[in-house]
Design a protein around this ligand. Sequence first.
Ligand SMILES: C[S@@+](CC[C@H](N)C(=O)[O-])C[C@H]1O[C@@H](n2cnc3c(N)ncnc32)[C@H](O)[C@@H]1O
Length: 206
Amino acid sequence: MANPIKVIGIGPGSPDYLLPAAVTAVAQCQVLVGSPRAMALFDIQDKEIHSLNGNLEAALQFLRNRDRSKTVGVLVSGDPGFYSLLSYLRRNLEEELEVIPGLSSLQVAFARLGLPWQDACLLSLHGRPLATLLPYLEERKPMGLLIDSRMKAGELAKLMGAYGSFRVHICRNLTYPEETIRTLTPEQLAEESNLGNAVVVIIPDD
Ligand SMILES: C[S@@+](CC[C@H](N)C(=O)[O-])C[C@H]1O[C@@H](n2cnc3c(N)ncnc32)[C@H](O)[C@@H]1O
């Protein structure tokens, strides 16, 4: 039987937040699929590398046509079960996948803020409109958001304005030496231009 593809969570980026189980899983792979940022965490000298450059179709073709005698690992950021390539692979590959969990960027963000995340709504704004947040703003729920480079801070601030007062935490480059955590009012958020590689935690004021 072919080796199952391993979908390996690498955590938010620093080796300190990489699970030993992920290091072991990568060591067992002959072939790795992932971004250069993900590869940089591992010793890949003896591996066959397929770089992930955002072209999901190409990655899928590569996996479908792979040499099934070799163990293949797909490296994904954070936890595979939270808005990663795992959903796409499950929809498109009719075969077993072995999932190695990782720490999600949102877990680290809530930890940095010293806040529990059990009651928070955890969402992704990748390719989704800001209006996705409306029901949660209306209910004044704590929120943890994955954002992409198209996120307009000013529009988010404007949207929040209609639902009372909130604090907004911008958690950028988590676990990297250049990590920053900033707490802003919606008015201050409106002045931001590019939030970068960040998650946003929104907490309603009491
Ligand atoms: C495709 S999603 C993957 C989420 C991932 N599966 C997880 O559990 O964190 C990528 C988004 O995760 C967030 N992210 C990933 N690594 C991060 C980091 N080191 N610092 C801040 N945000 C990060 C950003 O919002 C980024 O746009």
